[in-house]
Structures are given as C-alpha cells and as structure tokens.
Design a protein around this ligand. Sequence first.
Ligand code: MG
Length: 267
Amino acid sequence: MGFLLANRIPIRQASHQAGLRKACGLARDILLRTAEVVKAGVTTKEVDQFAASEIKASGCTSAFLGYRGFPGNICISMNEEIVHGIGGSRVISDGDVVKIDIGVFHDGWVGDNALTVPVGNVSPDVLRLLAATEESLHVAINHARDGEMLGTLCASVEEHVLKYGYTVVREFVGHGVGRKLHEEPQVPNYGTKGGRPRLKAGMALAIEPMVNLGTAKMRVLADGWTAVTQDRKPSAHYEHVVLVTTGEPEVLTWRDKMFPGGVASIG
Ligand code: MG
C-alpha cells in the first residue's frame, strides 16, 4: 500500500451526499433483485443479463461494463473464483456459492456493493466462511468514524477472519467512491493499526472483504479478469459503501434482507 495523503480523499458535502446515497440505494436494490435469480440450473450469463435489465430499468448504467475493457455488466464469481468473474455458460449448481458484485452510475454518482449467495445445500464449512466474511465487513464499518485511522479499519478485517483460520486476498482492495468507481483512498483488507490517513466526516468508502477458506494466493484466469484461489478452495466477498459522518457510520448500501450464512451483526 502506497503512502496516502488524506487531502487527496474527496469530502462529500450534504448536497453531494444525496446523489451518492441515491446511487447506492439503487445499486443495493438491483443487487438484491439479482441475488433472487441466482439458483441451480441458471447460467452466470443469465444472471448477468437479468442484472443488465434491472440496471437499465432503474435509470442507471453499469459502472463495470467497459471498465478497462471488462466485458460483463456485473461481476459474478463462483466458488473458487474470488472476484471479477464474467457471466458465461457456467451453470450454477446446488452447493455453489456465487459472488455478485454490482456497480452502477446514476446521475453522475456511483453505487457499488457485493454479496455472496449460497445455493441450496452448501457445506457448513463454507457457510461459516460466508458468515465470518460478512461479519468482518461490519467490524470494519464500525471503524468508519470521523477521527479514526484508516489503517485500524483495514487491519480489523484481517484480524477478524484470522480468528477462524481464513486468509484475506491482498491483490484487490476496497476504495473511495463517488464520482468515479475507484477514488482515493485504497481500502485493503489488511493494514497497520493506527496507520494514516485519518478518516473525516464526508469520506465515502467501499469496504469489501475478500476472504479465502485456504491460501491467500490467487491467480488470474486466461480471460484476463477472473481471479481464482490457487488451491481452488472457496472464497467469499461482501461489500458496502459507507459514509463517514460525525456520528454513526452511514451504510449507503444497507440491506435488511440477509441470505443464509450471512449475518449483519457486529461480530
Ligand atoms: Mg468495489
């Protein structure tokens, strides 16, 4: 992680917060509707196409399609695939875990969020991975406070999942979000407690733990995008956009609906 200067991180004033809040709420709604169609027998391409129609119907455009040449409307990644999977002919089966990551533009603002959908009879080991990963997201969110250090937030993700013997992916990180999909700062899922920069009210962070059951090591498939675990063991991914305020962290992509294996508690 490079040396980050806090003054490069955008501070969103109230009028801009409203635009970001709206985009994030739409991204959340599209994600939840898309998660409902993730079922055994459906191809990942069909899920991608469903999401594309939902994005359009919501007055949004995909923030991922065409990003550095990415060919999908959303990222859809199964089992050993960590992130950046592309919808295709792969058929979803009972026992799979499917990561859906949806980013949209609405009225010049970005909404970005992700979750992992367990399909049918998922093994208890993998359900525990999902639960711990979503817990780690909420542990990190609890650090997204005015005056807190970003390094402490980042370190809290790895510290939480290490308790279960899991590992965090190091090649991909969360990020500031607003006008562009990726803004300062980078938000790794590991860090040094107390490390700079200091968070300030008005910063918007996409926090997104990517947690592996086995090795932290990954490789990218021949499609140039899909990241998979080197040991082919499952990976889980959850993401929220959080606005730092002078009070409680505001989760702009908050979802009330939980999927089996996922929890919203502060672990
Ligand atoms: Mg993101």
